[in-house]
Every structure is written in C-alpha cells, then in structure tokens.
Design a protein around this ligand. Structure first.
Ligand SMILES: Nc1nc2c(ncn2[C@@H]2O[C@H](COP(=O)(O)OP(=O)(O)OP(=O)(O)O)[C@@H](O)[C@H]2O)c(=O)[nH]1
Ligand SMILES: Nc1ncnc2c1ncn2[C@H]1C[C@H](O)[C@@H](COP(=O)(O)OP(=O)(O)O)O1
Ligand SMILES: [Mg+2]
Length: 194
C-alpha cells in the first residue's frame, strides 16, 4: 500500500496475464479504491495518436518496459487528477523494477504495502494466448508474451525482495481461495495504514 497525500494506495505486482486487472476489479468493487493500471494508462496514450503514444507503442509491442519517468509521471498525473475524490488508489503494474519503487518514494511517497499473488508461467502464457483471441492487444502474441515473462522474472521479481526487507509484502499463495485471501490481505493491510 502506498500512503501518500494521506490517501491509501495499494500496489499490485504480478506477472503478465496473471490477472492483475481482474483482481483489481474485485478489490475496487469491494473497497472502492481508484484503480490505476500503468498498462491501461499507456494504452490510452497510444490510442490518443500523440507523438509520445507512437513511441510508446513501438516499445510496448516488443514487450519492453517504457521509460521510467514517462510511466511515473502518468501515474502521478492520474493520482492528482483524482486526489480530491479518491478513497485511495490501487496501482496495477507499477513498480516493475526496484528503481521505479525508489523513484515513486522520492516523487510521491513511501510505500506501506505491496500485494503479490504468484502465478505459474504456463498459466500466464495460456491465459494471455486465450485473451489474445479477442483483446486486440499488439502484445498478446506468443513471441511478445515470452519476452514480457522474461522481463518480469528479470526486472520485477526483485521488487518483491526489495520490499520484503521492510516487511510490507503481502503474498497470496496459489493453493488458497485467491480472491478471499487477497481481500483478507487488504483488510489486514488497511489496519496497517496510519
Ligand atoms: N481461469 C482464470 N482466468 C483468469 C483469472 N484471472 C484472470 N483471468 C483471465 O486471464 C487473462 C489475463 O487477465 P488480466 O486480469 O487481464 O491479467 P493482467 O495481469 O492484467 O494482464 P496484463 O494486463 O497483460 O498485465 C484474462 O483473459 C482474464 O479473463 C483466474 O483467476 N482464472
Ligand atoms: N511500470 C511500468 N514500467 C515500464 N513499462 C510498463 C509499466 N507498466 C506497463 N508497462 C508497459 C510494458 C508492458 O508490457 C505494457 C503493457 O503493460 P500491462 O498491460 O501491465 O501488461 P504486462 O503486465 O503483460 O506487461 O506497458
Ligand atoms: Mg492488465
């Protein structure tokens, strides 16, 4: 959870196609947070047809990470735009690497929780291939999915270890009722926030 502007924020770190978006919908429905998905914010910029959007598209369809400042500024702008009405933010897909977490702390605020639910690689590939049949996403193809997975294991998994040091990671194991565990983690986390 990121506690900033005395708002409550949750960061959800999971692999590509693990169900971040799906789980966020459930948490938002139950707790009323504002869901900010880094991927969705970037895709909206691509859809706007802006020069920046064209550059982002070229990076995303290769399954690579976009520049840190770009994605952090977009998240910060989206948070500020909702700051006066939001009950708190559920940040989906950020941080993707330790440096992103460090920059978030400098530019926005110190984290208080990171929600992490593991998902097997074959499950993620299977789901994204299935989603790719209807999603129309340029990155839902076998070659790019493999790259996104490699990048996740290389760059994003270290984020968990980084935040485990300040014991703010809530891991949800695969062999439990995932939605219930995630929600109970949210409740326990809320008691953590000042
Ligand atoms: N069977 C099953 N499918 C799921 C579950 N959660 C998500 N999915 C499906 O898996 C696909 C990926 O789910 P998303 O929520 O879009 O995953 P994501 O982590 O946001 O994916 P990216 O945006 O690519 O990072 C979608 O087609 C979902 O419908 C689940 O618990 N069980
Ligand atoms: N925090 C972040 N830093 C850099 N690039 C990011 C980012 N979040 C998303 N992106 C870019 C790279 C992702 O492959 C692409 C789509 O993001 P996504 O929808 O969360 O999909 P995925 O989790 O499969 O990568 O956008
Ligand atoms: Mg998503």
């Amino acid at each position: 959870m990121y506690c900033i502007f005395d708002q409550i924020n949750a960061a959800l770190v999971r692999g590509p196609g693990s169900g971040k978006g799906t789980q966020c919908e459930k948490i938002v429905a139950k707790y009323g947070y504002t869901h900010l998905s880094s991927g969705d914010l970037l895709r909206a910029e691509v859809a706007s047809g802006s020069e920046r959007g064209k550059q982002l598209q070229a990076i995303m369809q290769k399954g690579e990470l976009v520049p840190l400042d770009t994605v952090l500024d977009m998240i910060k702008e989206a948070m500020i735009a909702k700051a006066d009405v939001s009950k708190g933010y559920l940040i989906d897909g950020y941080p993707r690497e330790v440096k992103q977490g460090e920059e978030f702390e400098k530019k926005i605020g110190a984290p208080a929780l990171l929600l992490y639910v593991d998902a097997k690689a074959e499950t993620m590939v299977k789901r994204l291939m299935k989603r790719g049949e209807t999603s129309g996403r340029a990155d839902d193809n076998e070659e790019t999915i493999k790259k996104r997975l490699d990048l996740y294991y290389k760059a994003t998994e270290p984020v968990i270890a980084y935040y485990e040091k300040c014991s703010i990671v809530r891991k949800v194991s695969r062999n439990t009722e995932r939605n219930m565990m995630l929600q109970s983690n949210m409740t326990s986390v809320l008691s953590l926030t000042p």
